[in-house]
Design a protein around this ligand. Structure first.
Ligand code: DAH
Length: 336
């Protein structure tokens, strides 16, 4: 028995511990349930009664020494580790990174853009803080038009306001380019509106403009029919209603037919089956003049649509405010 204890002691003393893996080997070999120390304890059970006292003390001493070595090396391993080594436990499972999603408004906007790009329209952009000329005057808004009122427009400084529509970009493009012009201008616009499920103080529009020789209302209709067919599917019924905008003459609003079959359709279309999608018309002569384009040679059409309304329709979102809350439960549904 004595010999057994002595040998084990030697073995443990000479066991080299240089790493965490060695330490674990040491534990398994000597201290674990199936380790050598336990074997000695097992052997002790069968020793004669008169030897028990002496051997018991030896074995206890052995046990203490083996455990002491284990705890000394455990401590020294931890102390020798740099902070980085402690911080990076390579045995831990990795963190999975969640991929973001595109915002539904971006998805819809990109889809609309790609349809018009296929028809030869190129993107142009303008500033969100706009002067009176580009947002109103050049677009033929009379001096006393209600849109110029503080109640509808966020004025920033004298003569400057947050643009109320992307039609302002039309003016900038026409001032800077020679016809033929074929452009779309997506962007954010601002209005001083009470916030509700159907209105917000900012939203997104996409403006279209085509200026060339001999452009007619028929060209406008063809372009918009094509857009509706691509975006809403072939067979979607469309109608034009006469309307008024200061910057187009004649002006129209375009509706698409949703039907009256579901409660949702009835709600969206106020029982008529028809939903307004955009405003459009032939660019007013005064607007062409304001942008130094000869209206005797050139004519053109323009249209403007709200992205939120189309996205709400596409995804069945009932409250416009949801687009701006950044609620991950909504956004997560738009994985592509
Ligand atoms: N700017 C208009 C609005 O914000 C939309 C619009 C209507 C744009 C007719 C156009 C157009 O280009 O021709 O309500």
């Amino acid at each position: 028995m004595k010999e057994l204890v002595e040998n084990l002691k030697k073995e443990a003393i000479f066991f080299k511990i240089a790493s965490a893996a060695d330490l674990e080997k040491y534990r398994l070999q000597f201290l674990a349930k199936k380790g050598k120390l336990n074997e000695v304890f097992e052997a002790f059970k069968t020793t004669k009664l008169e030897n028990k006292k002496e051997f018991g003390a030896l074995i206890n001493e052995l046990k203490n020494e083996l455990e002491e070595k284990y705890s000394v090396f455990t401590k020294s391993l931890i102390n020798n580790k740099t902070e980085n080594e402690l911080a990076f436990d390579l045995t831990l499972p990795g963190d999975s990174r969640k991929l973001g999603t595109r915002h539904p408004l971006s998805i819809v906007q990109n889809e609309i853009i790609s349809i018009f790009e296929k028809m030869g329209f190129i993107i142009s952009e303008g500033p969100e803080i706009e002067d009176d000329w580009h947002n109103f005057s050049a677009l033929n808004f009379p001096e006393n038009h209600p849109a110029r009122d503080m109640q509808d427009t966020f004025f920033v400084d004298r003569g400057y306001a947050l643009r109320t529509h992307t039609s302002s970009v039309q003016v900038r493009v026409m001032e800077n380019q020679k016809p033929p012009i074929r452009t779309i201008s997506p962007g954010r616009v601002y209005r001083n509106e009470a916030i509700s499920a159907r209105a917000n103080c900012f939203f997104h529009q996409l403006e279209g403009l085509y200026i060339s020789k001999d452009v007619s209302f028929a060209d406008l209709k063809l372009t918009l029919f094509k857009f509706v067919e691509e975006f809403f599917g072939s067979g979607t019924k469309v109608r034009f209603r006469p309307s008024y905008f200061p910057f187009t003459e004649p002006s129209a609003e375009m509706d698409i037919y949703l039907g009256v079959d579901s409660e949702e359709d009835l709600r969206l279309t106020k029982g008529t089956g028809w939903l307004e999608i955009l405003g459009c018309g032939m660019v007013d002569e005064n607007v062409l003049k304001n942008c130094s384009i000869d209206s005797q040679i050139y004519s053109g059409y323009a249209f403007g649509m709200g992205i939120e309304r189309i996205a709400m329709l596409k995804y069945g979102i009932k409250d416009l405010r949801q687009f701006f809350e950044n609620d991950i439960r909504l956004l997560d549904q738009f994985k592509i």
